[in-house]
Ligand binder design. Sequence first.
Ligand code: COA
Length: 260
Amino acid sequence: MSFQNLTLEIRDRVARLTVNRPEKLNALNRATLQEMEQAFSECSSDPAVGLVILTGSGAKAFIAGADINELAQQTPVEGREYARYGQRLFQRIESLGKPVLAAINGYALGGGCEIALACTLRFAASTARFGQPEVNLGLIPGYGGTQRLARLVGRGKAQELILTGEMIDAAEALRIGLVNQVFPAEELLPKTEAVASIILSRGPLAVRYAMEAIHRGLNMPLEEGLDYEATLFSVLCSSTDMKEGTRAFLEKRKPKFEGR
Ligand code: COA
């Protein structure tokens, strides 16, 4: 499938999805969100894809937010529907069943920061900048920022970022736990791919169930989360991968996982 505002390349089980509107700093207009929905759906159903890397084209921006030209025209009803549409897409990314790594190569503002928050892991170029500047537009984050940012970095830092609308640099994003690691800009994609290949070498079912246990468990009381973890653990005990993984360890060789 070909896209207008995205590129999707699949190599060695990694789908690299690049938002490609550099002249608008990769801002998310409706057409781009719709293409993303299709692209993530393809990545989810394609057995050749084990993991997705999401990045932006050009050196300047990852994604500079929702498209302000479109936002400016919205009625309240359209605004609500648009926010719900973006939220559903980001929830789909968050629960894709395959890891989605954000390679944040520049500005990650508004919806750009929010989509990164919905990804499984976030890696940033040292030149990246982060922010939720919606209050500058008389708005609040509408793609999950008020919820996911507070869950990831805590209420205090989330409130500071969202209420001031100020940007922070990659070093500060790392310090507050907004990103997992920071790399020099030219090393961002190779280093992200290196993490991708480590994850892809592990038991695919185990990776998937671990993501599910963490994601769903965070929305449960501890006791229920522990019970859910034990259920997924016990399901894995019946998998071919678990038999192979434990046998390979005991035989002092590398496991050959099949994802079943
Ligand atoms: N929506 C639509 N267009 C956007 C955009 C957005 N979120 N962010 C940037 N652009 C466009 C600019 O309008 C400009 O287009 P033009 O050349 O047709 O005028 C182009 O991208 C380049 O941006 P520009 O502002 O000239 O670059 P800059 O280096 O001076 O500033 C930013 C970079 C990121 C600081 C600035 O573009 C910005 O503040 N963008 C808005 C970020 C935002 O509020 N996002 C949240 C939206 S809810």
